[in-house]
Design a protein around this ligand. Structure first.
Ligand code: GLV
Length: 326
């Protein structure tokens, strides 16, 4: 019997080609966009797939695993995050879950940094201004922003991406780093002259820019809320390229409207893909559609990494990017 793989949405082709080279039968969802839960259940039920290449838009729980069947050894997530997957249900069924770390670190760090610059220098406001035909003359007071160089960047979550954003900040923009993480990294402190703080509350009043890089967990949901926004400087900016529910959007709206903070940039949303339309009325927010890892090169690499995890698992080996939750 042939080995069958299901890919829940069209992805860049390198991984698909790699799977086909193994002689696998690869079925890719033909829908333009994410499958609904019902569509995913129908797509999997009775099809006897040996592996599923899933996306962060697929909510995967015990029912979905059961629909896929016992012969299905692995769900390879096309993302570094895996909060869309019920890890306990996977563990109970001995299904491998893998992600695509490393290959997207630089790309997400670039996007984060780009948002920081664009926000501080009011680039999206400037773009809107130009498109409305409002530019009449160079003006000494026109759209004045803030410098980034030399300022203090607060990194919340010093994983791969947070550390890379800090690298660009220090090496490229002479910024100072203050960071919070559950684990202290003294080597990082030496390398970048960074200052560790034991709580988020200690970080917020010190930073001119606060960039969020923690995973979505019960403990990080609404990490940024009314109380925490009030701890930030009035002149400071928030950037979130991690997961939407880490920022309580109603509180963020209030903080931006009341000018409790100077501005925010979001790539991810609390009720993604829904967004409160009130945000569109604010000038001091920059919005991108969860595209922080969206470059041709990186999405191809993610495709290859996800495919390789499947190939290794189906060859009876432990896939390289297996997620183990202790
Ligand atoms: C994107 O958000 C990812 O987790 O890869």
């Amino acid at each position: 019997m042939s080995t069958k793989i299901f890919v829940t949405e069209k992805i860049p082709d390198k991984g698909i080609i790699a799977l086909q080279k193994q002689g696998y039968e690869v079925a890719v969802s033909e829908k333009d966009g994410p499958l609904t839960r019902e569509e995913l259940m129908v797509a999997l039920t009775g099809k006897e797939y040996n592996a599923v290449l899933s996306l962060l838009t697929n909510k995967i729980d015990g029912e979905v695993f059961d629909a896929a069947g016992k012969q299905c050894k692995i769900f390879a997530n096309f993302a570094v995050g895996f909060d869309n997957i019920d890890m306990k249900a996977a563990r109970e069924r001995s299904i491998y879950i893998t992600n695509t770390p490393d290959v997207l670190t630089e790309t997400v760090a670039e996007h984060t940094f780009g948002m920081m610059l664009a926000l501080a220098r009011r680039m999206s406001e400037g773009d809107r201004f130009m498109r409305k035909g409002l530019y009449k003359a160079w003006g000494p007071m026109l759209l004045l922003g803030n410098d980034v160089s030399g300022k203090t960047l607060g990194i919340v979550g010093l994983g791969r991406i947070g550390a890379r954003v800090a690298h660009h900040a220090v090496r490229g923009f002479d910024m100072k780093i203050v960071y919070y993480d559950v684990v202290r990294n003294e080597q990082f402190e030496k390398d970048y002259g960074a200052v560790f703080v034991p709580t988020v509350e200690d970080l917020l009043p010190k930073a001119d820019f606060v960039s969020i890089h923690v995973p979505l967990l019960e403990s990080t949901q609404h990490l940024m809320n009314d109380v925490r926004f009030k701890m930030m400087k009035k002149t400071s900016f928030l950037i979130n390229t991690s997961r939407g529910p880490i920022v309580e959007e109603e509180a963020l709206y209030r903080a931006l409207y009341d000018k409790t903070i100077a501005g925010a940039a979001l790539d991810v949303y609390e009720k993604e893909p829904k967004i409160d339309p009130l945000f569109f009325e604010l000038e001091n927010i920059l919005l991108t559609p969860h595209t922080a890892s969206a470059t041709i090169e990186t999405r191809q690499k993610m495709s290859e990494v996800a495919a390789n995890n499947i190939i290794e698992a189906l060859a009876g080996r432990v896939p390289p990017n297996i997620i183990v939750i202790k």
